[in-house]
Design a protein around this ligand. Sequence first.
Ligand code: S3P
Length: 168
Amino acid sequence: MKVVLVGFMGSGKSTVGKLLERELRIPLIDLDSLIEERTGKTIPQIFREEGQERFREIESQLLRELLSSKGSFIISTGGGTPCHKNNAEEINRKAVSVFLYAPFETLWERIKGDTNRPLTKLGKEKLKELYENRLPFYTKAHLTVNTEGKTAEEVAEEIKNYLKRRER
Ligand code: S3P
């Protein structure tokens, strides 16, 4: 089984991914970390030196590589992953996808001023627009979890229960 976590920046994909890794006893692969490993560059560096379009190409290529490989794992994606290059469809064909929903204001409070996320430079208004444009892609996921007011443990538990129900 492959489980893919999607959602906007700051939605808790990495944190929830780590909990699921322990709970489900399958490894977590962080797509951004894999991109950094393979390119030998940090995400901000790729954006700065090669541009966002090139970043999206690398991201989609590595995502496809993971999805068509054998084995069970969790993929923690980047906030834009399912919104480009038909990635949402590809994810749904090969894995179980989970959208971690949170309202924009909650996410903004977590990500503002984070220099490791090049898109935060857009500022609050533009980022809110991006968030709204991305919602239709995120909601293609098999499961949407409203994370507002929940701990990462509670979110992971919900996902685990859903996966159990699906297996039956
Ligand atoms: C991006 C989100 C980032 C990273 C890159 C672009 C986006 O991942 O992939 O900075 O387009 O929203 P996180 O969601 O883990 O911050």
